[in-house]
Every structure is written in C-alpha cells, then in structure tokens.
Design a protein around this ligand. Sequence first.
Ligand code: AMP
Ligand code: ZN
Length: 695
Amino acid sequence: MEESARLVKDKCRTRYNTDMAKPKASVEVKLEKLREEIRYHEYRYYVLDEPKISDAEFDRLMRELQALEAEHPELVSLDSPTQRVGGQPREGFVKVRHRVPLQSLDNATSFEELGEFDRRVREGSGRPADRGMGYTTEHKFDGLSLSLLYQDGILVRGITRGDGTTGEDVTPNVKTIRSIPLRVDGKELKKLGVPAAFEVRGEAIMTRKAFEELNRQQEREGGKRFANPRNAAAGGIRVLDPNITAGRQLDFFAYQLLADGRSPLKRHSEALHALEKLRFKVSPDWERCRSIEEVIRYCDHWEKKREKLSFETDGVVIKVDEIALWEELGSTAKAPRWAVAYKYAAQQAATRVRNIRVQVGRTGTLTPVADLEPVPVGGVTVSHSTLHNMDEIERLNVHVGDTVVVERAGDVIPHVVKVIQHGKQEKKFRMPQKCPECGGRIHKEEGEVAYRCVSTGCPAKRKESLKHFASRNAINIDGLGEKLVDQLVEKGVVKDPADLYGLKLETLANLERMGEKSAQNLLREIETSKQRDLDRLIYALGIPFVGERTAQLLAEHFGSLDKLAEASREELIEVEEIGPKVAGSIVDFFGEKQNHKLLEKLRRARLPFQCQRPKKKGTKLEGKTFVLTGTLEKWTRDQARELIEAQGGRVAASVSKKTDYVVAGAEPGSKLDKAKKLGVQTLDEKQFAKLVGEA
Ligand code: AMP
Ligand code: ZN
C-alpha cells in the first residue's frame, strides 16, 4: 500500500489530466467521500484499534482513491490519505523555534513527594487544604515528544522537542504515522470551541510488539538491535528519509492541546476529551482525580500494572486540571509548577548466575542467556535474562557464578545491569563453534556482533525462513500468511521452503481455517511462484546481509544460482557494491552442507535457477558515477537511478573526486557545493534529461 501510494504521486507528476468527460465537481465530491471513508477506517484501525473492515477491503478503498487521484492529479490534496508516504529523502533538518517551549517536568520519586507537590500547588494558588484539588493523571509515555501544528484543521508541521526551545522540522516523517490525523473535522472543532489553527503535543512511541518485530527484522537483515522502543522510535523520527519512518510502525499519543499559545479549554480533562473527539489517539487510561490521595492510588495501581500495557511507560504525569491555575502557578526556567512526573522505581534485585547458555533465535542469531537463581523483581520471579551478545558479555564482564543486579525497567525481558561480585572461578564464556540446535555452520563477520547459524535446515529458524521466503518481495506466495506457516511447521508438514512445492491438497485442506477452496488457491499461488526471476529466489534464501538490491546485482552478475553458489570470496568482491562482509556471508551460506540439500530440492521443484531478465539495455553510461541532489521535477530519485542504471551507469550516495556527474534538482543540498569545490561536472534537470535520452 505504501509503495503504491508513492507510485501515484510519481504518476501525478508526469501525467496530466486526460479525463475531461466527467464534470469536475462530481469527481471532487467522490474524491472527498472516499477520503473521508478512508480516514474513518484509519481512525478505527490505528486510533481505536477496532477495525470495521478487513485489510483487503481497506486496500481496495485505498487503491480506488489512488486510481482516481492518478486520473485527476490536480485534485490531489496534501491531506489526502495517499499522501502519508512518498516524500523524498531530505538532506538536512530545518530548525524551528517553538512558539511555546516544550518544558521538562519536575520529578517525584515517592508518594511523599507527591504530597509535597500538592502542598506547593495549594500554596501557589491560595487553595485551603480542606478544599478539593482536581488533577489529571496520565501515563508518562516513553518516546519522543512532538509538536504538531494544524492550520485550517490540516496538519502543516511536525516538530521535535529538540532542546525545548528549538526543534527540528520532521513533517514528512510525522505524516507517515497513521494515528496522527492529517486533517480534523471542522464542524467538530467549532462544536468544541477550538480554533482551526491549533497545536497538539504528544509522544511518538513504538509498541512493544512493533519493537520486537523491528529487532527481528534487523537481525534478519544484519542490522544492529535497538536497545529499547524509545531509541527505535526516536531514531525513526529523526531520519531524513520518511520511508524509514513509515517502516517503523510508530504510534502517537496526544496529551496537550494549544491554540494561540494556551489551552483553548477550561480544564485539561476537557482538552483530553476534545483530542479524543478530534480523533487523536489518547490513552484511555487517563483519569480525573479529586485529590492527591486519588492520584497516589492511580500511581500505585499503574506501577503494578505497567507491564500489561502494550507500550512502555516510565511513570505518571500529574497535571492540575483547572487551566486558570496553570497561569497562576506559572513555571520555573525548567518546568511548569502545575505538573509533576511520578517516576516508577526501577525494579532491581541481586542474584547469582547459574549458567550461561546459548539460544538460537528465529533468525538464526545466537543469543547468550544467563540462567539465574530465581529472584522476585517487581512482583514477578525472574530466572533468566538475555545477555544479548558477546559485546554485552564483555562490557558487563560477567561469568558463571557471578552475583549480578537484574532489572526490569519497563521492558518485559529483564536484563543484567552489572556484576556486583565475581564468583570463585572466572571462566570466560565462549560462543559455540557449531549451532546448538542443528550443528550447522556459524557465521560471524569481523567487526559485527552477531553470530548466526546459516543452515536453512535449522529447526530454530524454520518459521522465520519460511515467512521470509514466501514474503511479497521474495518469492511472493500470496495467501501463505504467518498463522499458516506456524501450523505447517508445528505439524511437521514443512521443514524447509522446498517442501512447500510438494504440498498436497488434502494436507492443506485439513489445516485449521482452511477449506478446500482456499487450499486450491494456495496451491495455485505456490505453482505461480516458480515463475519469479532468479533475483527473487536469491533474496528469498535469506542469506544474511543479502537484501533485495544485492540479490538483483548478484543475479545480474552471475546469471545463475549455481555460478553464484560456486563463487569465491574474491569473485564476489569483484561485483560492484559487494563488500567483504556480504561476500563472506555468501561464501559461508553456500559452504553449509544442509543448504546444498535445500538447493537440490529447489532445483527439482523447478525454481528459477537461471536469470531470465534481459541484460542491461544500454552501455552509454558504462563506468560513470552519478550523485543526485535536490528534487527533480520529472522523476523521483528511484526513477532517476533506474534511468542511469539502465544505461550502465551507477549512483553513489556522496560526492568524491571519482564522481563523474552531480545532478542537481530544485533546492540542492551541500552535495552541489562539494561538487563545485572538487570541480565535478554538474547537470541541471534539462541537461540530465538530454544525457539519458529522455529530453
Ligand atoms: P522529562 O523529559 O523527564 O523532564 O519529562 C518531560 C517529558 O515527558 C515531556 O517532554 C514529554 O515528552 C514526556 N511526556 C510523556 N508523557 C507525557 C504526558 N502524558 N504529559 C506530558 N508530558 C509527557
Ligand atoms: Zn542451526
């Protein structure tokens, strides 16, 4: 869906309106109706988590809108649901000053300190102790705070908190977050008495589930693990390419509404209700408390239940409900006096390491795990803890027999913080030479932390390898979803991807949630998947560090899977863009015996061992290196790259003396200056078009 949204946008640039037959007004009405419908379903799905239609139906609506917008590019509006993704990578961030600074919060680390906060509030506002004081209590979301600016009800800007006074403009990234409305209902604004120009503050977060998925993907692709959801969310916002943000599945919780620099409503609780009404995602757990005692009960309750939440929190934010008091109480240089953050205690305990063993993850990564003397931490018994990787073991300098501090700091999986006492025998832990699950070869690249089992026959990896193999950009077997793979593997029907090609109708039809009809469809899809090209198969094998693009290069260079499998490290390094790391991983992969077996099975199943794609079209730009900067009018970056590559040229990310041409579109970045400094030839869009024969 994201990809096709980008396509539409590209088409909009180059195609002009050919459909003059339909009167425009009716098209506009239809477009707006469709958009409204999609907005509603986005709201149901991403904000309420209560979808009303299936994903397929949603996709159908989206495609309908995309098609209609492609026919009428002049009617594409910035707030259309198709415009969430499709921005170009930028070359730097623009700094923006906040109209009202985003301040820190004072902390309270005990219930006594909450009592003191209450006393300060009463003193500052002249409220006697025997009168009630209304507070709101909300989770303190652990993510990256954002300020969203709306004009005429339309999202125009998203800015990070930065240092509180000045942040960075991350609008294209923010737009990819589905729970952030690109526009709000004007009628609703009126009803609430909120001006159409307003600001919403809140926290971009990543759910634990999205975080785990991301780390699994990182492992699969050889990337670094993210330490926690907060880092992953913050990193996902502070990137130049919005497509990366879109891939992170971020979420956004709104917690403040401002207009003209202040709250447009009388109470903070009303503001939270208003945000809900405007279809922002507000955590439903917030409460209005009538006294500090109620606040304390709330904090106590959630401190015990925080692990049950689908996202991480590090405390509770308590705010005075009555907005008039906010102004009366004012703020210090650092934080407002009308709010406080109750911070949860870190949940720690000391215990002894009984053993360090190795677990093979779903992507084949070997993870050292410490078995611990069971110990209660924050209400649950902890008996083991991940040590992540060798680097972490060395950093902690931990051995079997050591006494360590374990912590559950929000994450469900406890981790070892430090060693407090070494045991008698300090035996150094070593990674095994062979996979503990299957005896397969272990690949470890110089300079990388991960050790992984490269055998495609490894039982620990079965599900993940199959899911990857069948995924859309790999061999693409539509209908072979996660649940089905789980069943096939658990029942022992499928052990490796090649087994898919021997599946029988009866076997499939007997699975849960599978009828005869869907079994037939699946068999047809499996059959069709044999017609993909070689590069898809190479990618589908799941060789560490071999992504889609590398697979393409390999397919083009070697032309057949057998040639690739026989290639030496040196031969591989000769392929453009392939470095020693990737080469080493490929050699290890094809050196594993169990993988030979898989290849033979795949050959018998008639998968594409030969490259079918015609060789490069032209050679006019053979050996020429291009660097792209700024925005081209006629082409996206990807399209420009394709044009260059189709003629034998290549595109590099940065300018050096070896660069032959720098193509500069509108608003070029620093690359243009660098080109000038180095005396590299620069081309404007026209000259570039001429060179690639597209003028
Ligand atoms: P700190 O950075 O620890 O001083 O805390 C201030 C930060 O807490 C704010 O900038 C927000 O990013 C964050 N925060 C998380 N949840 C909330 C919430 N419900 N209300 C206000 N701020 C919050
Ligand atoms: Zn293994």
